[in-house]
Design a protein around this ligand. Structure first.
Ligand SMILES: Nc1ncnc2c1ncn2[C@@H]1O[C@H](COP(=O)(O)OP(=O)(O)OP(=O)(O)O)[C@@H](O)[C@H]1O
Length: 718
């Protein structure tokens, strides 16, 4: 192919792209002007709606320019259609744009008119003669890549380039995932544009684009029904903070910011846990048995609450002792959620006391007199609020730090070993011993309790129960301090403030779904009762040891929603040499893996080294990879060696400053933290130890082996 032709085509496309940017500037300027005028006039009418929309286009475009300048540009595609060969070509972009005459300059990639850009193939060209991808950096077009889809069409369109996809796949990686709008493949497009009802479940082996496809689907849904999804909210749940940081730019680069990205430790409003439990602890805390344990816990008497109330009324000595109080507690629990019942506590206690009135002098008075007197007594109100305080979930979870109580509520559902493991994880209750900060696996337990306890009634001053409500209200202050005292160590989280009724979203997207524990499914499920869902995962990468239990929990979370399955079959991440190695490992250790085709070959197989001195070997291999690759390098270690290897890096001058910040090119991380991520080069330190660290260690090591795009080295000490 003639390079003059290529240069001429690039220049032509540049002219068009320039027109698009010029139009965008114009739209932005007029949006700003209108917004200013609107502000000055101090009112927003219909015009305001338009201003808002234009301003949004402007904001979106500006964000894209800054976030993704190095990747696909604003205008990335062009279609020349058979039936419209004489008509202007269709240009596809990240957003839609019209010119002054209201003619389309750029079609949003999510619009129906753009679908054919992704779905047409040589086998089924759907009227497309030539599909062109524009490669740009910022506003500059660097090159074009064409596919001739309809060889039989009579055309003199030049065909330039050698395949945009491979160019895209071979690029150097940085610490962020980028959008793939220009090169979405047909099978991926089907999942992205799937009808919005029910659940879209996307499966596929490593590197098949499950994550990136799911994110594009979220953008697609927002485009299709913005009102619904922006108002109701879109929740994206992923395995870890590192992973959320890795994917956080994709949606803004598609112009979408109305999405809540949360790792599993942050799903509950107001809580933020990052600490991960050891596998044996996570296994117990995540198991479905905990739901029953917590159900029982939420019915227990408040530890340290008064166990008796006495009052002298006229000639009667009225007493509510342990037995009576236990009975009243059961009666109140039968009336609904515990916190909701705070308004009924005073009257229920007063009824019970009134039933004990015997003396003549007391009988001279009416029950109304009695009620009035009791409600006026400070000792009664103090007793009622101490005996039945408004409870917050972390405080109640903190009750389980008492081993005796834990054993009681765990009877028949937790074995002795599970009780021991839990007790150890929550720590001693001895005075002066701080409780550990909330872990990722504690969060679903807190959430479960929030729902079991219910929201406290909203305090409505001026109501009949004013006095009691203000007593309940004052106990709210106590709640916070109690939870701090009982449960929080150093505070890596804040007590929940939001009400359970505010938890629901319009769409819930769960990534790495194979790893959700049953308790996590329950937590996420509560947020999507009326939502549409996207669920992506790969069973072979699962680090949850009881798949059957997790499957049941998932089915319960989804209820009777219809599930639409999509399967992705091409690995776009790993070189075929690296993926062959990983697939052989999966087969050897008996993982039932879904093996995709890896399309890109580098000619460099992974290197397996047995070494005498691990530290020296890590240094050498890291230096080699960092020197020869342009992008990111990960050093993946057994969790137990994390501190040690980080110290090594800090002691090597050329890497000392490298591994700390979220943007640094070199990262040291334990096997489990590599889920969902990718690096150009990987050094795997002591793979056998990674495998031995948990009962699901083989799946973790398989994940590790499928992270590198270009080169991988494994190091084993002799
Ligand atoms: N159509 C595409 N065009 C360009 N790049 C793509 C395409 N599809 C996927 N990729 C790239 O392949 C890599 C893997 O994608 P992604 O992380 O979404 O896969 P995954 O299936 O979620 O992987 P895993 O299950 O292993 O975590 C990413 O770099 C992504 O950008």
């Amino acid at each position: 192919m003639n390079s003059d032709v290529a240069a001429r085509e690039v220049a032509r496309e540049q002219a068009y792209v320039d027109t698009v940017y010029a139009q965008m500037e114009k739209a932005a300027a007029s949006a700003q002007q209108l917004a200013q005028e609107g502000l000055e006039r101090g009112r927003i009418g219909n015009e305001g709606g338009l201003v808002e929309r234009d301003a949004m286009v402007f904001q979106a475009a500006r964000r894209m320019a800054t976030l993704d300048a190095a990747h696909e540009g604003l205008v990335f595609g062009r279609l020349d259609l058979r039936t419209e060969l004489d008509a202007p070509p269709r240009y596809i972009g990240r957003i839609g744009l019209r010119d002054d005459a209201y003619d389309t300059l750029l079609i949003d990639w999510r619009a129906p008119a753009a679908a054919v850009f992704y779905q047409a193939t040589q086998h089924d060209p759907q009227g497309v003669v030539r599909r062109r991808i524009l490669r740009s950096k910022g506003v500059k077009v660097l090159g074009v890549e064409d596919d001739l889809l309809d060889a039989e069409a009579e055309t003199d369109l030049p065909i330039v380039g050698e395949g945009a996809l491979l160019a895209q796949l071979s690029r150097a990686r940085d610490r962020s995932m980028h959008s793939i709008v220009a090169t979405i493949q047909a099978e991926q497009d089907k999942a992205i544009r799937a009808p919005q009802k029910g659940v879209v479940s996307i499966s596929g082996g490593p590197g098949t684009g499950k994550t990136v496809v799911a994110l594009h689907r979220a953008a697609y849904l927002l485009y299709g029904d913005r009102r619904r999804y922006e108002r109701g909210g879109v929740l994206v749940v992923g395995p870890s903070g590192v992973f959320m940081r890795y994917i956080e730019r994709v949606l803004p680069s598609l112009g979408e910011t109305a999405v809540a990205l949360r790792s599993l430790g942050e799903v509950v409003d107001g809580l933020r846990a990052t600490r991960r439990e050891e596998p044996s602890v996570a296994e117990v805390k995540g198991s479905a048995a905990m739901a029953e344990v917590l159900r029982r816990l939420a019915r227990q008497a408040v530890p340290d609450a008064p166990t008796e109330f006495r009052v002298f009324y006229r000639d009667d000595n009225l007493v509510l002792g342990r037995r009576e109080l236990a009975q009243i507690r059961r009666q109140l629990l039968g009336m609904g959620h515990r916190n909701r019942s705070t308004t009924k506590v005073a009257s229920t206690l007063i009824d019970a006391l009134w039933r004990r009135v015997r003396s003549e002098r007391a009988r001279e008075r009416t029950k109304e007199d009695f009620v009035e007197e009791m409600r006026g007594r400070d000792d009664f109100l103090a007793f009622a609020s101490a005996w039945w305080p408004v409870l917050d979930a972390p405080t109640v979870l903190g009750w389980l730090r008492d081993p005796e109580l834990l054993a009681r509520v765990g009877e028949g559902v937790l074995d002795d070993e599970a009780v021991r493991v839990l007790s150890k994880s929550w720590g001693s209750t001895d005075p002066g011993v701080e409780a550990p900060a909330l872990s990722v696996d504690d969060v679903p337990l807190v959430d479960e309790l929030r729902y079991l306890l219910g929201d406290p009634p909203i305090v409505n001053t001026g109501s009949v129960d004013d006095e009691w409500l203000s007593a309940a209200d004052s106990s709210l202050v106590e709640v916070t301090t109690a939870s701090e005292r009982e449960y929080a160590g150093h505070r890596s989280w804040t007590p929940p403030t939001n009400r359970v009724e505010d938890d629901g979203f319009a769409h819930v997207l769960v990534d790495e779904a194979q790893d959700l524990t049953p308790m996590q499914w329950r937590m996420v499920g509560r947020r999507g009762r009326t939502a549409t869902w996207t669920i992506v995962g790969d069973a072979a990468q699962s680090s949850w040891p009881v798949p059957e239990e997790a499957r049941r929990a998932r089915a319960e979370a989804l209820g009777d929603k219809q599930v639409h399955d999509f399967h992705l079959s091409t690995n776009y991440r790993n070189s075929s040499e690296i993926y062959d190695f990983a697939a052989a490992y999966a087969e050897r250790v008996g993982l039932d893996a879904d093996l995709p085709d890896a399309v890109r070959s580098t000619g460099v197989p992974p290197l397996e080294l047995a070494v005498d001195d691990l530290e020296t070997a890590v240094h050498e291999q890291l230096a080699d990879l960092a020197g020869s690759l342009e992008g990111t390098v990960g050093v993946v270690v057994p969790a137990a060696r994390l501190g040690e290897v980080r110290r090594w890096l800090a002691s090597w001058p050329e890497f000392a400053g490298e591994s700390g910040s979220p943007d640094s090119r070199i990262v040291v991380l334990p096997g489990l933290d590599t889920k969902g991520l990718e690096f150009d080069g990987i050094v795997v330190v002591q793979p056998q130890e990674i495998e031995d660290e948990a009962s699901t260690g083989r799946a973790t090591l398989y994940v590790v082996y499928t992270r590198a795009t270009q080169r991988m080295v494994t190091l084993t000490a002799r």
